[in-house]
Structures are given as C-alpha cells and as structure tokens.
Design a protein around this ligand. Structure first.
Ligand SMILES: Cc1cc2nc3c(=O)[nH]c(=O)nc-3n(C[C@H](O)[C@H](O)[C@H](O)COP(=O)(O)OP(=O)(O)OC[C@H]3O[C@@H](n4cnc5c(N)ncnc54)[C@H](O)[C@@H]3O)c2cc1C
Length: 330
C-alpha cells in the first residue's frame, strides 16, 4: 500500500513538485526546509542599500523547458523569456517560480533536518532552528525537535546532503549517491551607479568569469538600477572555493573589469556601490546519478533532485515526477 504519512525534506523545485503532486492524493504531507523561503537554488537575494532595494538572482540564471511538465510550471508562474526565445526567468524575480509552485502548501521553514531515525516505514525526523546551524561553526548542542512517525521520507536535497542523512537509516542508498558530483560556483552580485557599456549577457571562453549578466535587464525588474550577477567559471571557482567571500568578490570584480575592458577597450568600471559574493558548493550537476530518482519501497525512503538526471532546473521537476510515480506504485 502506498505511504499515507509522508515527510519531504527540501522545498526547492524537486521538493515542491513532489509535494504538489502528492497533495492531489489522500496523503498527509509535511514539508521542511532550512531556508527563509522556498526555492532552494532558484534563489533571489534582497538587500537594502543607500535607499535602494536590490534584488539579485544569484542562483539559477535562466530556465529552459524541454518537456511539458516543466513548461507547465513556467506557465503557471508566468515566467517570461530572457535573454532570448526559449530561455525563461521568474518575474519579478527568479524566486517567483518556486513561490508560485509553493502556493497552497504548508512549509516548515528555517528547520534544518539533521537526522532520520526509526525503522522501515516508521521514520522520525530530527530538526533544529536553521539559524543555529552555521557552516564552519560547531554543530549546536541543543536537542533537536523530533517528529514522526512517517511511513515515508523524501529527501529533495542536493546529493551530498541527502547522502549524509541517509547514512544511518539506509547506508546502501547513501553509497549510491557517492558517484554524484557537482561543479562549485562563486557568484558575485554588483550594483553600479551608472550603466555599463556592455551587452546584457557575456559568456567568455577564457579567464576567471564563466558568465556575467545584467540582472536588471530581466523583465519586471527596476531598469533604473544597474545590477549584475557575475559567476566564476567552474575551474576558477573550484580553485578558489575556500577564499573568504570578500576575497572572492575582489578577485571576481577584477576579472569582470578585465572582461569589460576587452569588450570596450579603454573602459574603466565605475566603483560598485554594492558588492557581495556567494559561494555555491553544489550549484550545477557535473556527474548525475543516471537514474530518475531513488526509492526503496520496503524502507519508505527516497530521494529526488536535479542531480538524478542532469544540470538544469527542469531535471529537478522530472525527478520529482519519477519519485511520485514510484511512491504511488509501492
Ligand atoms: C549559481 C547557480 C546557477 C545555476 N544556473 C542554472 C541555469 O542557468 N539554468 C538551470 O536550469 N539551472 C541552473 N542552476 C541549477 C538549478 O538551480 C537547480 O537545478 C535546481 O534549482 C535544483 O532544484 P532542487 O529542488 O533539486 O534542489 P535545491 O534547489 O538545492 O533545493 C534543495 C532544498 O533543500 C533545502 N535543504 C538542504 N539541506 C537541508 C536540510 N538539512 N534540512 C532542511 N532543508 C534542507 C535547501 O534549503 C533547498 O531549499 C543553477 C544553480 C546555481 C546555484
């Protein structure tokens, strides 16, 4: 019999798509995420600086739909084309896409799930206030909240995080995830006081920068602002992964200035009035699992995400659909 009490960990595209589809069946659902809002890597950073509200899409840059399910997600979110036909962005920001998908779902936000205990088809989730769990700091000693039993748990997390949670309850599933690899990426957010003499997108072949885009040129943005997102290329980001954000920001800004000078010789970049770098350890899939999802019907444990299929957001939705089909046929 298919599970009736299901916990989903992760409210990125994969977790939201799982929840949305499962909600149509007569099941009790709980959805947890450590973020302040849903969306995961379809992320928008909001900052207030010098009287301006700045929104940067510092995660996924644009979305492409090859199949009907993701096209329907983009349609429902009223995503628009940018920078050209066939590529889409959320409007007025990238996080609008997952937020549209999350409508009507109850999500326990700011909850960091740190362990799964129990027995097959009777699982307990241990979770902590996400503000207590900080990379590079000792793991909090506070006792976690424990909820359950759930007869199924779905992990809609990047593979390394799913692997850590599966290690105790299902080491064989955790082992399978070892083969999955991600390319890291440093993303630099920049606000300039004046317009730069550059095209809206740049994808250089050489140098530290892999991609640069005028974020404020996307539809529905405040075009009076000059906002850029500049990504380090995968090799550069891997080599410089352990820099501090300040160090990474300085180096990427230097790389961007060189790139700008190549495009318009003699150009000097104005000093940005806002600059911040964000390190993504698991942004884009380099080596996927090669199976659409993971599901052990006897245990009632499964996992979904882009990393099952490939390096694009659509893969997260397709993986979720495959996992729901597997769960319903249990
Ligand atoms: C810099 C960057 C650029 C990208 N560019 C593109 C692009 O141009 N085009 C494209 O198609 N795709 C792009 N992507 C990839 C795309 O964003 C992903 O494929 C997609 O968002 C993956 O969705 P997901 O649901 O599988 O995972 P995620 O979005 O990572 O969702 C996982 C969720 O789990 C939560 N979580 C993690 N650990 C825990 C825990 N212990 N407890 C509770 N919650 C937890 C996280 O907060 C997150 O919300 C890019 C990604 C990045 C970061």
């Amino acid at each position: 019999m298919p599970p009736q009490d299901i916990a989903i960990v992760g409210a990125g595209l994969a977790g939201l798509a799982c929840a949305k589809t499962l909600a149509a069946y007569d099941v009790r659902l709980r959805l947890f995420d450590k973020g302040r809002g849903p969306g995961g890597r379809l992320a928008t950073r909001r900052v207030e600086v010098e009287g301006h509200v700045l929104n940067f899409d510092h995660g996924a840059q644009y979305l492409t739909a090859h199949g009907a399910p993701f096209a329907a997600v983009l349609d429902a979110a009223r995503a628009q084309e940018w920078p050209d036909a066939g590529r889409h962005v959320g409007v007025p920001r990238m996080s609008s896409v997952p937020r549209a998908l999350a409508e009507g779902l109850d999500i326990d936000l700011m909850r960091h799930v740190c362990a799964i205990t129990g027995t097959p088809r009777a699982w307990y989730l241990h979770h902590l206030d996400a503000r207590l769990v900080r990379p590079g700091r000792p793991f909090p000693t506070q006792p976690p909240e424990v909820e359950g039993p759930f007869d199924a748990v779905v992990l809609a997390l990047p593979a390394p995080q799913a692997q850590a949670l599966l290690q105790d309850p299902a080491p064989h599933l955790a082992g399978v995830l070892q083969a999955v690899r991600f390319e890291p990426c440093w993303a630099l957010m920049l606000a300039f006081p004046e317009r730069l003499d550059l095209p809206d997108t740049l994808r250089p072949d050489v140098g530290p920068i892999g991609w640069a885009a005028r974020d404020s040129s996307k539809p529905g943005r405040d075009s009076s602002l000059e906002l850029w997102v500049v990504q380090g290329g995968p090799d550069w980001s891997r080599e410089h992964l352990e820099l501090t954000p300040e160090e990474a920001a300085a180096k990427l800004l230097e790389g961007f200035a060189q790139l700008a000078a190549l495009h318009a010789p003699g150009t000097t970049l104005p000093t940005p009035f806002f600059s911040a770098a964000h390190r993504w350890r698991h942004p884009l899939v380099e080596a996927p699992l090669g199976a659409p999802c993971l599901w052990d019907a006897t245990l009632g444990l499964g996992a979904a995400g882009d990393w099952c299929i490939g390096a694009r957001a659509e893969a997260a939705v397709d993986s979720a659909a495959a996992l729901v089909a597997a769960i319903r046929s249990a």
